[in-house]
Design a protein around this ligand. Structure first.
Ligand code: PLP
Length: 261
C-alpha cells in the first residue's frame, strides 16, 4: 500500500532488504535519500519486529545522511504490547523521525482517523499540506475520540481487542493446521493481525489467490509484496475481523477448493 502510494506520487523508490532484525541498512544502495519508510513494530507482511540495535543504527544512519525516517506504527497496539520496544520516535534525539499512528485498526477501518507526530521543523510544511488535503476530518469524530481516550475507555477497549485477537489467532492456527496442513506451512511467529502460510506444493500463490477469490475468499499472494524478484510463495491472511464460526467455515471451504486443484 505504502509502496504504491509513494510510486503514484512520483517517488524514486529504492527497496531495502528485511532480515530477522528488521531493515538491513547494508542493503540500502541510495545516496541522498529524502526519507526511509519503515514499520518497526511489525514489518508487513513478514511480521518482523525491528531489534533495538537496528533501531539505533537506523537513527544514526538518518542523522549522518540528514534524512528523515517515517515510522509507520500502524498496529503497535497488537504487535508491541507483550515485550514492548521503544519507538524510533521516542529514541530519536536528532529530530529525524516522523511518527504515524492510526485508530482505524483499533476501532474500525471506516473511522479514517489517524495521527502524525512531527519534528518541530516539519510542522509548518506538513500543516500546509494538510490544509490542502484532508483538513475535513470530521470534528465530531475527533472530539469523540479525544473524550474516549481521556475517560480511559481506549485502554479498556484495547485490552478486550488484544484478548479477542489472541483467541482468534489460536483458533485460526488450530483449524488451519488440522485442515490445511498438507498444503501449507503456517508461520505463527508473526506479531500482527495476519498470518503467512507458505505453499508446500507446486501451485503458485497468485493462482491460489485467484481460485479463492473466485469463491469470495480474500487472501493476498505473498509474492506480491516483494519489489525485487523473489521466491516467496505463500498466502497472507487476516484472522481478526472474523469470528470463530466464520474462521471455521472459511477454512473448511479453502480445504474443499484446495482438494479440487
Ligand atoms: C503498513 C500499513 N500502514 C498503515 C496502515 C493503516 O492504514 P489506515 O489507517 O488508513 O487504515 C495499514 C493498514 O493495514 C498498514 O498495513
Amino acid at each position: 500500500m505504502a509502496h504504491s502510494l509513494f510510486k503514484n506520487l512520483g517517488a524514486l523508490i529504492q527497496p531495502a532488504p528485511v532480515d530477522d532484525e528488521g531493515i538491513n541498512l547494508k542493503g540500502i544502495n541510495c545516496t541522498n535519500p529524502k526519507f526511509v519508510y519503515t514499520t518497526p513494530s511489525c514489518q508487513y507482511p513478514t511480521g518482523v519486529k525491528m531489534s533495538m540495535s537496528r533501531r539505533f543504527q537506523l537513527l544514526n544512519w538518518a542523522a549522518v545522511n540528514e534524512t528523515y525516517i517515517i515510522e509507520d506504527d500502524y498496529n503497535h497496539e497488537f504487535s508491541n504490547w507483550e515485550k514492548p520496544l521503544g519507538s524510533l520516535f521516542g529514541m530519536d534525539l536528532q529530530e529525524r523521525v516522523v511518527y504515524l499512528g492510526t485508530f482505524n485498526k483499533l476501532i474500525h477501518p471506516s473511522l479514517r482517523l489517524g495521527y502524525i507526530i512531527l519534528p518541530e521543523q516539519l510542522i509548518g510544511p506538513v500543516s500546509g499540506l494538510y490544509q490542502q488535503s484532508s483538513r475535513f476530518v470530521p470534528r465530531q469524530d475527533q472530539k469523540a475520540m479525544s473524550a474516549f481516550i481521556q475517560k480511559d475507555y481506549l485502554n479498556k477497549h484495547l485490552r478486550k481487542v488484544i484478548d479477542t485477537a489472541q483467541h482468534r489467532k489460536e483458533y485460526f492456527v488450530e483449524q488451519f493446521n488440522a485442515i490445511l496442513g498438507d498444503w501449507f506451512q503456517l508461520e505463527t511467529s508473526c506479531l500482527g493481525l495476519h498470518l503467512i502460510a507458505h505453499i508446500k506444493k507446486k501451485q503458485s500463490d497468485l493462482y491460489i489467490e485467484q481460485k479463492l477469490m473466485d469463491q469470495n475468499i480474500r487472501v493476498h499472494a505473498l509474492s506480491r509484496y516483494y519489489i525485487l524478484p523473489n521466491d516467496a510463495n505463500g498466502l497472507v491472511m487476516g484472522f481478526c475481523s472474523v469470528n470463530q464460526k466464520q474462521i471455521k467455515e472459511t477454512i473448511r471451504k479453502i480445504g474443499e477448493i484446495m482438494g479440487q486443484l
